[in-house]
Ligand binder design. Sequence first.
Ligand SMILES: Cc1cc2nc3c(=O)[nH]c(=O)nc-3n(C[C@H](O)[C@H](O)[C@H](O)COP(=O)(O)OP(=O)(O)OC[C@H]3O[C@@H](n4cnc5c(N)ncnc54)[C@H](O)[C@@H]3O)c2cc1C
Length: 382
Amino acid sequence: MNRRVAIIGAGISGVSIAYHLAKEGMKDIIVFDKGYFASGATGRCGAGVRQQWGTETNCILAKRSMEFFEKADEILEYDDTVELKQEGYLILATTEEEVEDFQKNVVLQNSLGIPSRVLTKEEALEIVPHLNPDAFISATFCPTDGHLNPFKMTEAYYKAGQRMGVDFHFFEEVLSLTVSDNKVTEVITDKGTYTVDVVINAAGGYSKEIGDLAGINIPVYSENHEILVTEPVEQLQGPMVMSFSKNIYCQQVPHGSFLMGRTTPNQPKGHDISSSWQFLDAMSQTVCEIMPLIGKLSLVRQWGGSYNISPDHQPIISRAEELTNFYMACGFSGHGFMLAPMTGEIMADLIFNRPSSVIDLSELSIERFKGKTEFDIEKSVV
Ligand SMILES: Cc1cc2nc3c(=O)[nH]c(=O)nc-3n(C[C@H](O)[C@H](O)[C@H](O)COP(=O)(O)OP(=O)(O)OC[C@H]3O[C@@H](n4cnc5c(N)ncnc54)[C@H](O)[C@@H]3O)c2cc1C
């Protein structure tokens, strides 16, 4: 199958897609990025990987992705390590509604083979003793959830793709697409014009704009999400601690720093990724309420990055119906890092035009939004 495939974006989605296509023998793959690999949301993310989701689709994608991450160094023949830390996610229920929802989520997760369980407050405190016992009612825990190094994970895919002949063009921006006879025929960048047979939009926060270049209206938008990192200290916390109702995730990474983030309410849609004192203030108050001990640490840095949000907060991995050769992997709504292995696998299924062994492809299709104004929204998000 010698066809020229252009992938726009070398974040975790783009490099995973390139790897999966090359692994299946596809030749002549070009990946464009206006920066370097991981210069978009991927290099700015918390890189938490969890399987405790509220929808079957997300549970399946996350579980199958975790199976890949567990063997990623080996499968990708990486000359370093992706630093998988698998010490679980502890998700706090702080309202009676959450207690009930989380019980249902655990039943769903267990039915799909995810080893999560409901914990009493006392059991949660045994796992993370510095939790404020007054801040939550109960919790759920999945011991195989965890964290990766986002730069190394992306590099592992990049190097594996490169070894199989994928041509990465960094610091090259896609400016326009030529569409003719229901196909994209050319990708025009700031460095040249490329004749293409297939185009894959993996442009993260800019995927809507890339869709516009092809005349495809992708129902996603971008929103700034901020995060911060503290000084490194001795190991205090194994799992990621997360609460949807309190709006926090907080993880100690292997070198000792704590990474934490939350959603700033009423963020305007757009490409702003600046840092704000409002985030710093709210983040500090939230973490001091949930884990007062962490409040004693000094901050090193804060930054922002784009969530690319879809109407149901689940990804769009799809071909555009209107064009025969334009595909997209976007709308990850703040959890595209942890789903990337399946993003690549499912995109390969779409491009090779075969049913997926992972999931019913219609679940992730852009068509699912057509003519709908109300959606079954994944609630398990920060
Ligand atoms: C603060 C924060 C915390 C997060 N925490 C987590 C987490 O814990 N777990 C998790 O799973 N997810 C998390 N996410 C979400 C995750 O970062 C994203 O879903 C994921 O990285 C998306 O990867 P991507 O490859 O699709 O997009 P990106 O990483 O954004 O990559 C897109 C690439 O496209 C390039 N590009 C854009 N336009 C063009 C163009 N015109 N020409 C050429 N190149 C172009 C960009 O330069 C960029 O490198 C977080 C996000 C943020 C912001």
